[in-house]
Design a protein around this ligand. Structure first.
Ligand SMILES: NC(=O)c1ccc[n+]([C@@H]2O[C@H](COP(=O)([O-])OP(=O)(O)OC[C@H]3O[C@@H](n4cnc5c(N)ncnc54)[C@H](OP(=O)(O)O)[C@@H]3O)[C@@H](O)[C@H]2O)c1
Length: 340
């Protein structure tokens, strides 16, 4: 048997070109003890693969030139030298862009073809579906009546986000490229509104589609879509940062001081939690604060320092000094001494 596989022939610069890939033929491998031979039935193509082709440090290892392209697969077991698999079993695997692969069983999961079409293990019942479900419900925390916006909304992640948002009682707004894709959002996936990010009036159209602002923006794309979303975010909006496909082919940051793409990339790949707050949001914790801080102070576990300026007339100068770092510790003006 011959194996056909696609390797990364060159590291792409910007948008990948056909010459960055190469089809290679070789003898199909033979399973040894503890291994199974897999034949690929379905191969998943996903945006993250562009990241694997880049040498930039990320959450997963980069491909080297001449490596087989990586990807999730649904496979048929052709021959097994592992007790838990038999020829004919259908499994979810990670065989990559090739027809045959050897596996030692790591990461393989048996699929039940009677439960759902086996291809769904790579989509709605697989990684993209789970991405949508977890990102929206755990990070997004949707509540009935809220407005949820998602871009790349026809894709496996976005379409699931929109539909789960509806199940949770939210208003779902989908962003897609072009009139046909927008129509599909309404007709097939029952979004409440669809907005075309290729239209010249995109930002205005999005604002009109979100008269009550945006409570959850499920970030799949970044770039111009993020710029249009940002001013519409409500207080306490949540932004699960899932993907930034608008930037995957970037070779450098845009000129000028705008570092949004870099910030967002770090938020995503390092799973940063950034959450703004105003202390008054937490009045309910005041008693707990006073109890803990009071006892830490009494026990000498916490120190504090005061920078005291004498006389109200010194307040302006001291305040100006505060803004340039002249104070050391809590800046206070002693305005008067107690009468007793
Ligand atoms: N964090 C995770 O664990 C995780 C897991 C899975 C996926 N993801 C991310 O989730 C996002 C969606 O993944 P998917 O598999 O569902 O992909 P997808 O929607 O099937 O495919 C990508 C879509 O992105 C849109 N797009 C491409 N460039 C764009 C741009 N410059 N501006 C706006 N939209 C653009 C296009 O749709 P339109 O023509 O409609 O714009 C394209 O069809 C990706 O960013 C992916 O990397 C993250």
């Amino acid at each position: 048997m011959r194996n056909r596989k696609i390797i990364m022939a060159a590291r792409p610069v910007g948008r990948p070109k056909p010459t960055d890939f190469q089809l290679v033929e070789e003898d199909a491998p033979e399973p040894r003890d503890g291994e199974v031979l897999l034949r690929t039935l379905w191969l998943s193509l996903d945006p993250y693969t562009r990241g694997r082709m880049s040498a930039a440090r990320s959450y997963a290892k980069s491909l080297e030139v001449r490596d087989t392209m990586v990807g999730g697969t649904v496979n048929e077991v052709m021959a097994s030298r592992r007790p838990e698999y038999r020829a004919g079993d259908i499994v979810l695997g990670y065989a990559g862009w090739q027809e045959f692969a050897i596996s030692n069983g790591t990461g393989l999961r048996k699929l039940d073809p009677g439960r759902a079409p086996i291809s769904t293990a790579l989509g709605i019942l697989g990684m993209p579906g789970m991405t949508a479900y977890t990102g929206l419900t755990i990070i997004g925390q949707p509540k009935a009546g809220e407005t949820v916006v998602v871009a790349a909304a026809n894709g496996p992640v976005g379409s699931a986000v929109g539909q789960i948002a509806k199940i949770k009682g939210c208003r779902a707004i989908g962003i897609a490229g072009g009139a046909d894709k927008c129509r599909l959002l309404i007709d097939e996936f029952a979004f409440d509104a669809a907005v075309d990010h290729r239209s010249a009036s995109f930002a205005d159209d999005l604002a009109k589609a979100c008269p009550n602002g945006i409570d959850i923006y499920f970030e799949n794309v970044g770039g111009a879509v993020w710029n249009a979303v940002l001013p519409l975010l409500n207080n306490f909006a949540r932004v699960p940062v899932c993907g930034l496909i608008a930037h995957y082919n970037d070779t450098e940051l845009p000129p000028g001081p705008d570092r949004t793409a870099l910030v967002m990339r770090n938020i995503l790949t390092k799973r940063l939690t950034l959450r703004g707050f105003i202390v008054s949001d937490f009045v309910a914790h005041a008693e707990e604060f006073e109890r803990n801080m009071g006892s830490w102070l009494r026990e000498g576990k916490i120190k504090y320092r005061e920078d005291v300026v004498e006389g109200l007339e010194k307040a302006p100068e001291a305040f100006i000094g505060l803004l340039s770092g002249r104070n050391v510790g809590k800046l206070l003006v002693r305005v008067n001494s107690p009468t007793k």
